[in-house]
Design a protein around this ligand. Structure first.
Ligand code: ATP
Ligand code: MG
Length: 172
């Protein structure tokens, strides 16, 4: 099964981001992320055998991180993968700590984790953007209190990945 750890935005935040994603996809071309799939990836494991699932859950339970306030106040575009995303001007230290702890513990438990890229917290809004130089609008700042993270199973499909939340883990 294909697994990753993520933070899921509360419903009102996901709704307004999904509306923004639709507008951006209409303007610049590409596939808007649906309301129910908007997320912030913390650590990507990729393919994991079913028997390894208990070890993955143990890793997440052992991570003790504090809750934090997330602020999204800017839009970005990555040319290499043609993504438009929402991000924050600064990374909350608790979020950085959570990501480092997850990645380190996964690797220490001999579980897979792609740590090849440094962590840039982002919510993907549009994939396969058509315009190569999209002039992005200002993002009016939005906040939410992150008090949990989730383990997610991804099922790749023609219309984009479908996600199922496997388990939730509270942040202190
Ligand atoms: P699709 O691949 O169909 O566009 P997706 O990227 O949302 O959909 P997955 O490929 O299963 O679905 O990825 C799940 C999450 O993990 C996404 O947020 C994705 O950006 C992230 N991700 C995927 N591969 C990696 C990787 N090698 N390293 C870090 N994060 C990754
Ligand atoms: Mg992918």
């Amino acid at each position: 099964m294909r697994l990753f750890f993520a933070i899921w935005p509360p419903a009102p935040v996901a709704l307004s981001l999904a509306r923004l994603a639709d507008t951006l996809a209409q303007r610049f071309g590409g596939r808007a992320t649906r309301r129910e799939t908007i997320h912030l990836t913390l650590a990507f494991l990729g393919d994991v055998e079913e028997e390894q699932l208990p070890a993955v859950l143990d890793v997440a339970r052992e991570v003790t991180a504090k809750s934090f306030e997330m602020t999204f106040d800017r839009l970005g575009f990555w040319r290499h993968n043609r993504l438009i995303w929402a991000g924050g001007a600064s990374v909350p230290p608790e979020l950085q700590t959570l990501v480092v702890a997850l990645r380190e513990r996964l690797l220490a438990a001999s579980l897979p984790c792609d740590a090849s890229q440094s962590f840039v917290p982002h919510l993907t809004l549009v994939r396969k953007v058509g315009d190569s130089h999209p002039v992005l609008p200002q993002l009016s700042s939005m906040n939410w209190a992150c008090d949990r993270f989730v383990l997610v199973r991804s099922q790749l499909g023609a219309g984009g990945a479908g996600y199922a939340i496997v388990a939730e883990f509270p942040l202190a």
